[in-house]
Design a protein around this ligand. Structure first.
Ligand code: ADE
Length: 248
């Protein structure tokens, strides 16, 4: 997957993609990340990227021209028109659709993504209307810019790409993938201080372990995020378990 990120602060991206899984994914050419400084697409002496809001009011607004030119420059490097037509151009903004595991999965199906990190009071509306194809928010709070949000989205998407995680199986059990939070995990020692690992996990009985984990995931979701269960695919027996737990 190719990822292009437009920002006024390229240095912010120096480290997040240089460690662990992400670093390996880049080295193995499973993903390539290109950071573009929006200022490089200005033409005036002062490299102006923002201006006063038309109609007045506090704060500056990002100008449309450098953002359009940056995206068009990236698109001009793509030879197939069909690829350009389906290329998502995503603005990170608190006004966007809420980011979720489902959205990460949807984005991971594309071969190429462009992200625009907003700053200041906002972005000229013509960028939203005539350039951007999607707007994403990572939560109902306001960051000082879209950069941290872009890092969050890119990280969540990249780990879904084939080959990026060591074991594909670990994806299935992730919190939110199945609509449930993940079950409790333990490692050795079997007894730490006086706290023991649940006996079932040491039993070697894979069917019992799988059943216990599934039940724990349901219990944990019910305790912490009950609203998730409305959308989770549960069998009849599991629905009955939820009903019993709710009553107890
Ligand atoms: N930019 C500022 N706040 C944001 C948020 N919550 N999500 C995405 N982009 C943002």
């Amino acid at each position: 997957m190719q990822i292009d990120i437009l920002t006024l602060f390229p240095q912010m991206f120096d480290s997040p993609f240089s460690f662990g899984i992400f670093k390996r994914a880049i080295e193995h050419k499973l993903v390539s990340v290109n950071i573009h400084n929006i200022r490089d697409y200005t033409h005036d002496k002062h490299r102006t990227v923002d201006d006063y809001a038309c109609g007045g009011g506090a704060g500056m607004v990002l100008k449309p021209e450098p953002i359009f030119e940056a995206v068009e420059s990236i698109k001009s490097g793509i030879s197939l028109k069909q690829e350009v037509d389906v290329l998502p151009v995503i603005l990170l903004t608190p006004q966007g659709r809420p980011f979720s595991q489902q959205v990460a999965l949807e984005l991971s199906k594309h071969g190429h993504l462009i992200f625009i990190c907003g700053r200041y009071e906002g972005v000229d509306e013509r960028v939203r209307k005539y350039l951007v194809t999607d707007e994403i928010s990572i939560g109902d709070y306001v960051l000082s810019g879209g950069e941290l949000a872009a890092m969050v989205v890119v990280d969540a998407v990249a780990r879904l790409l084939p080959g990026v995680l060591g074991s594909e199986a670990s994806l299935v059990d992730d919190s939110h993938v199945s609509g449930l939070l993940e079950y409790p995990q333990y490692t050795r020692p079997a007894v730490y201080r006086e706290w023991t690992v649940p006996q079932v996990l040491l039993s070697g009985n894979h069917a019992r372990i799988a059943k216990w984990r599934r039940e724990q995931a349901i219990l944990r979701t019910l305790e912490r995020r009950p609203e998730l269960l409305d959308k989770t695919d549960l069998c009849l027996e599991e629905r009955q378990l939820v009903d019993r737990l709710k009553q107890s």
